[in-house]
Design a protein around this ligand. Structure first.
Ligand code: AMP
Ligand code: MG
Length: 407
């Protein structure tokens, strides 16, 4: 049976990175940089004061002490946002505010707290060190410095840095547009009556939200009924944009038409079973240039296989440089039994206590029990040969971006 790692590799090998677009940086939070960003300015642009104080020549104050002040003539005052209009001469001081450019002639700033003034004379009671309280030109960034690399996820620190270097517009990767389709005669959408033969369609909405989390734009195509005609029509509608994700109808049931219809549309099927629990069968192939996933219909299987196969694909499309969730080692808190043979993604609750992660399953792990996803903040990833995990054992846990309780 094809193992999970091999299947992920096949998916990624068949995914192309999307193109880029230019957007205002105000809109760039959560986007991925599509260019290397170099600074075109020096920051700070000039030597400037790190304190409110007095710009002086250190030679004039090097003997200053508590009982023996150095007394200098105040010849002016520079606020942040103005430029010095005269140099500091010998025996002189210029009052300076935090962030204001240091005037020529001065090599040191003395903090207000170490001074006292009367009229136009300031008494300085501390020599400090030469050069103190001056932030040097280019100390933060120099012209030509690379500030951020292509492929960087833009968070607040990155967005702030773009603003800092005066870059109003930035190149980012396009968001993948993903068509999301469900299949099944038993499904009722919100605009339909939930008659006795129906259950609510949950996969369309769960998957659409997973697409958003992965940085994509979901388009919900709706439900194909379990006929060839309906499946053909909906798949046809879904074969636009950057990816199609179908849930259900990929198994071996009499009314599972998804694979047949994808063949009609000329799919180059890369695989359609993987050794994963929950979630086998799962189909992946290319129609034209467009990747298509046929995820199993059981709601947990749908979400887990999205996480494992479709999310990395979307991360790659969207220009990210790393595609996977963080994995940590965790100590098992409750014994868990498993049928061996496939890699098991056990929905789990991880928490952080006394310097380490602890983990337990969310309980019932049936592939239709969506509550197991609702309560999970992680997956315990158990290799195919694993039959049970015991209390105290160390396992691999994939964190899925949910809150984690800690002490
Ligand atoms: P299938 O893969 O089509 O055989 O579906 C497997 C199971 O998942 C069946 O019990 C379906 O009712 C259920 N199922 C399939 N699609 C959905 C959906 N969109 N929302 C909720 N349950 C679904
Ligand atoms: Mg079905």
């Amino acid at each position: 049976m094809r193992q999970v790692e091999d299947a992920i590799k096949i998916v990624l090998d068949n995914i192309k990175v999307l193109g880029t677009e230019r957007i205002p940086i105000q809109d760039s939070f959560g986007r991925v940089l599509g260019e290397d960003v170099n600074s075109s300015i020096y920051l700070p642009p000039w030597d400037n004061s790190a304190m409110d104080g007095y710009a002086v020549k250190w030679d004039d104050i090097k003997e200053a002490a508590k009982e023996r002040s150095a007394n200098l003539k105040i010849t002016g005052d520079i606020r942040a946002g103005s430029m010095p209009d005269k140099p500091v001469g010998k025996g002189e001081a210029i009052r300076i505010m935090t962030g204001a450019p240091v005037p020529d002639g001065a090599d040191t700033v003395v903090r207000v707290e170490d001074t006292k003034y009367e009229g136009d004379v300031v008494s300085i009671f501390r020599s400090g060190k030469k050069g103190e309280n001056i932030r040097k030109r280019g100390e933060n960034v120099k012209e030509g410095d690379m500030v951020l690399k292509k492929g960087t996820l833009i968070g607040s620190g990155q967005l702030g840095s773009l603003a800092m270097i005066g870059k109003p517009v930035v190149t980012v990767f396009r968001r993948p547009v993903v068509n999301v389709m469900s299949t099944g005669d038993e499904l009722a959408d919100f605009d339909e009556k939930l008659t006795e033969n129906k259950i609510p369609n949950s996969n369309s909405y769960a998957v659409a939200s997973q697409v958003i989390e992965a940085g994509g734009v979901p388009h919900v195509v709706g439900i194909a009924r379990d006929t060839k005609e309906s499946t053909r029509e909906k798949i046809g509608q879904g074969l636009v944009g950057d990816m199609l994700i179908v849930s259900g109808g990929v198994s071996v049931g009499k009314y599972d038409f998804v694979k047949d219809i994808l063949k009609e549309y000329g799919i180059d099927m890369k695989f359609w079973t993987v050794g994963i629990r929950p979630g086998h069968p799962i189909a992946f192939g290319i129609v034209g240039e467009r990747p298509v996933f046929g995820l199993p219909g059981n709601p947990v299987s749908t979400m887990v296989t999205f996480e494992v196969f479709a999310r990395p694909a979307l991360m790659k499309m969207g220009g990210h440089t790393s595609y996977f969730r963080p994995t940590v080692d965790a100590v098992v808190e409750e014994e868990f039994h498993d049928r061996p043979g496939r890699t098991h993604y056990v929905r789990a609750i991880a928490r952080y206590k006394d310097g380490k992660y602890l983990v337990r399953s969310t309980g019932t792990q049936g592939s239709g029990v969506l509550m197991s996803m609702a309560y999970a903040n992680s997956f315990m990833v158990l290799p195919p040969d694993k039959e049970k995990v015991l209390v105290g054992e160390i396992v691999k846990v994939q964190l899925i971006g949910r809150p984690i309780e800690h002490d």
